[in-house]
Design a protein around this ligand. Sequence first.
Ligand code: ZN
Length: 706
Amino acid sequence: MQSRWNKHEARACADELELRAYSSRLLGREPALVLHGGGNTSVKGEATDVFGETRRVLFVKGSGWDLKSIGAAGFAPTDLEFLLRLARLEQLSDSEMMRQLRLATLNPSAPNPSVEAILHALIPHRYVDHTHADAVVTLSNSPDGESILRELYGDEVLVLPYIMPGFILARQVAAATRGADWTSLRGIVLLQHGIFSFHEDAEGSYSAMIELVDRAERELLRRAGAQPPAAGAKTPAENPPPRPIQGIHGTPTIHGTPTGIHGTPTGIHGTPMQYQENHGTPTAPPPTVLPLQLSRLRKAAGKIHGTPMLVRLEASPEACAFAQLDNCGELIRRGPLTPDHTLHAKPFGAVFDADPLPGLGDFEQEYLRYFQAHASEHHQCLDAAPRYGVWRDKGMVYLAPSCKRLEIVADISAHTIRAIKLAEAIGGWRALPHDKLFEVEYWELEQAKLAKARAAPEQQGKIALVTGAASGIGRATVEEMRSRGAAVIALDIREMEGLESPEVLCLRCDVTDSDAVQSVLNEGVLHFGGLDILVSNAGNFPSSESLADMTDEAWEQSMQLNLGSHMKVLRACLPLLENGFDPAVVFVASKNVPAPGPGAAAYSAAKAGLTQLARVAALEAGPLGIRVNVVHPNAVYDTGIWTEEVLGERARRYDMDVEQYKTSNLLGLEVSSRDVAASIAVLAGAAFSRTTGAQIPVDGGNERVV
Ligand code: ZN
């Protein structure tokens, strides 16, 4: 553990609160100290109120703020004397404690103080830092953890047994430190929870945290290295061989690209999947087996959860090595790194065998038994779908109802399996017993949140695939789907600059190449778990050519991209859509289908073929529950090819100015990519759940179409 303290950055802080925020961010940037909102910090100071009276104030991290990004506004100024009086109460429910903490704040617009605020108040030092450091909790999750930590830290650190966070933890610390000599103490370890450090200045408190955790890390590694590996461990899987890059031909692409793009893009995004059988020899299964299995698992998990879920197969070398342990199924069920992880990841993991579905049912039963064993009548049972699991010989599986949650589960699980591996090497992984985990997962503060939960965005947990995503209608559709909560697999032969995010997986692909389509589809499904919506949009508009001048090449290129590629993408997606939630396909055709114009035979004929393809697809896919509809956009000018010059030239040809030309439709309104994207999203959503085989114009109204 290295100190990230920078004296120039520290000196640039305007006041103590800025400095407090600065050193908090240093802690937040270290995932081995805190993950996703874990940990909290404070500084004590003074403030003068409106009556001119000076009050002692605890500026403590507000709940909902993350140490990684916290600023001065993230700290709640709280009446320190009031907190110390609360600490002297014999009893206080956690809900009442939160109400009192709110009352103790000295600024009505401040965030709610951290649930550990009273504990911060009890420590007399000016600066207090608290993290859930992996090394400290890993040591304490081993059989001799407590004595190892006591020996390691001696009198410098107070080591306290695990107790539920909240008011009773504050009471425990108050009792344990009554009459303590704070000048000789540098920190407090809460077993199976985390560590506190404190000092009169910011750097001293931060440095104490780094130094104490560094000692724990070194001790853990020293002990783990000195012991033989855990029983049942096989040799870790080797790094996966790189996946062959699929052939990408120099064919034309995309709405808005006037001519073909030549050359072969390289550097396809993403890591290869590692397919390994039991004894380590990499073998490539039929390309769709694993994604199909994952999509079935996702469907079944979503049914248990009550809404669609995202599912990811993590096949990093660490995940594969864990999945190859003979006792991985037993280890994953032993419990989490710290009890607060149950809020994101449930108290234990699932175990998936070659057919993963029975493992899901087993988890559901086990979770319901756990609930029944510990619940009283006022507890409301949470869903019984797992959040992480091990898929034997394949890797780790993460499940969550949204992309944000999926990222959290992935991070927590990665840290947990690393900790399990180390703890196994020093005597065995021991998480807290189920009753303690249940206390946190079903904490009254968490149960109260259920009643206040807001409705999720319409497409949350759903997965859309959009082709031709780099620009124009495709790009607008990716953004529209994302804004409605969907995870998106974005395909294009070109770079999709600025589109990649945790919600959007950008994969470069020539959609006229069946193998390339299958390959990126597999990659996308392993990343998000399946497919619910296909927006088949890739296409181009060849330059105007009369039939007399038509070249074979122009004709065939248009047929290949504007028609053939759509069949190839649909064909590859259908088996996955069958396992989707309210699955829907939207084809982007053209006004040219109902109202063709001269000089666009190659384009219009391909788009007419595409419309007929969609009609047949609606007939074939309807009985499978998959809807297939078509949009016919027209005059969408906010794409690459329509420069002011081209528009001006077109407008002059019709004796109009550019504005008149853009709005020459029945409604007199310009049609933008975003307008088309919004129509596509609604057509793919619940509002059209009873519509298939329809063709919707998005053209501002055209007298030849009406
Ligand atoms: Zn904590």
